[in-house]
Every structure is written in structure tokens, then in C-alpha cells.
Design a protein around this ligand. Sequence first.
Ligand SMILES: [Zn+2]
Length: 391
Amino acid sequence: MRVGRSRPSLHPVALAAGLFLAGVTAAASPTDGRASAPEIRVLIAQGEKHSIVRGDDLTVEVETQGGFRKIINRLRGVSFSYSEGRMRLDGSDIRGGRFAVGSSSGLFNYDGTLMRGRELKRGKVILTALPDGIAVVNAIPLESYLVGLVNGEIDSGWPMEAVKAQVIAARTYALLRMAAGGGVYDVRDDVEDQVYLGPGGEDERAAAAVRQTRGKALFRAGELVPAFFHSSCGGRTADAGEIWGAPHPALVSVECSDCEGSPRSRWDLVLDRVDLQGVLDALFPGSGDIRTLGIQERTGSGRVKTLFFATGEGRTLVDGEDFRKEVGYRRLPSTRFTVSGYEGKVLFRGRGYGHGIGLCQWGAKGAAERGMDHEQILRRYYRGVTIRRAY
Ligand SMILES: [Zn+2]
């Protein structure tokens, strides 16, 4: 499970402003009342110089001014080479800025220069030439995406009510990213958004949780809720405003005593002088040699808002989340920690894993084990929400 996460906003990183996949994916307008599930564009690789897609009865389309034009049918493998902002379909003279590959079986294998041996499912593979190489996107039905996501974020063997709560939160997050539109993708497949494993992560319990909550999402005052989640809060979740400076009425700090079972419920990290100097120099080059450090300010939920470093050059203040990112999200699991001296080194003793905003995944598990259902769990971590179908 890779569930340490930190994301400052819901605004997608526009790989290339103004590029849209007209005619390839369903319009990302999840709340317009349509009955069919929308498609989500999942980024699986970028900066590729060579891409190979394999599958049964592959169909290749190239984007033209009038939309996509079919150029090849019934192949078992196609490869694309990148050069100076354009792609070329290998073995042909066909060049273009964007290609779409479909398959009759709905199963693909992808191999590239950087990303190798990736299994994909359903929908289409969209390859777009960007200034740094080929961006590879899998456009798939949102419900299929969710089945391949559950085991990337939690464990489908957890109590079903906790799994369903995770699915509804993840669906809501995905819908909001899709509604933002723009760029060549809606979500990344890693902790920057949500960890999507693809077909290899699917199982019957994940599929059942998705099926039983089909289309359901979290709303507040008629709007989709930015449904962030994290591994474990360590006793109290964070208010979105205290960490990202962007408060949201649904994302307020709440007590949680259900995540004690998390392996990162309590943790210690020892950093020596060289480690700490490296972190400070990376954040603020030229700050000078560290003489001492400590906590300058805590947030309302008890997380470290600011650290101070006293150096030969003066005093440097470091944002708690920036510090955690520089140390490494896995090494320093959260900003809910104390600092103390330890035989010439510094001991960070903390609780929880992740940014602490929204649903606490291990707390959802503990709550489900106590008999709470998925709607009760969601209403606990997202205040004032309505749970209803978005499509
Ligand atoms: Zn918790």
C-alpha cells in the first residue's frame, strides 16, 4: 500500500494547456444527469521517447483537424517514436501529435522507454506528443478505474463498509478532477492523486464495493466535495485550512480513535546532523550550519506548522509540510511529531501517516469493525455531506 499522500490543491497540472481529447473520451461533465458512467483519463507514463502497445485486434486512430481518423485495423502490436514534438507510427510514414489505440479484447500491454510492462484494461490508450516526449494516458470507464484502485489505496480484505467508504471518496475525488478538465489527463496513477494498480489489482471484493456504490459521490451544498483521504490521522484529522491554507466546510478536524491498528499509528525517526543539514540546504541553500532546531508553531490539530533552524547565519523557518516532503513522505510519515535531542542526533517521534485531511483510511477500517456503515463513516470524516448518485 502506498498511501502517504500530500496534494496542495485540486487543480490539475496542465501538461499542455488547451489540449483536449475531443471525440475520444466522454465529456467530463459528471453532474449533468447522464445515466452512463463517464470515462477518466489516467496518466500512466510521460516523457517517453518510444512507446509500444500490444493487444488483440488493435485499432489505431490519428488526430486530424476534423477529429480522429482510423488508419489501422487488426494489429497485435504498434509502436511509436518521438522526435521534436511529433510522433511517428513505426513502419509507416504516418506522423501526428496524437494517436488513439483501441483493442477488441479491451486488454493492452504497454512498454515504453521509462515505463515497462504495464498492463492496461478497457477503453483506449491515448498517446500525445508533448515538448518532453510522449504522454501515455489510459482512458477508461470510471467504475473500472475504481475497481483497479481499491488495492492500491487500502486492502479489499478490510471490512466491506470501509472498502465502500474508500470507493465513494475515491470516486468523488476523481469526478472533481475530471470536472476541472484541461490538460491531457485527469489523474496520475500514483500518490500524487490516487494509486491505480490496473487489472493486476482487481479482485471480487473490490468489484463488489464498486458495484454496490455505483455512481455514488459526496456532495455539500450541491457541489462535489474535495474528498481527500490519507492513511492514518494519529488521533485527530487536520483541517484543510491549517495545512493548505484553503479551508473547506467539509474538511474540518475531527477526533478519530479508530486508527490505532495502523502500522504507522506511532513511529520514531532519528536524523543525524548530516541528514538535517542536507534537508535544510535543499530547502534554503546558504542557511549555514545548524546549531539547533525545534518547533516554532503547531496547527490547530497539533501538527507541526513551522520548524525553526538556528544556524551560524541566523534563524530559518521551515514549513512543516515542506520539511516532510524534503525528508521523504515515507521516512517522515506525518507532521504530527515532537522533536528531541538524542545522543547528538534528533529524534522525531510521531503519530499517523499522511497529510491528515479528510477520510482516515485506518480509522474507517476501525470504525467498520465497530459496526459503523459506510455512510456513517463518510459523514464522520466529511462534515455536512450528502451521499447520492452523480450518474
Ligand atoms: Zn484516524
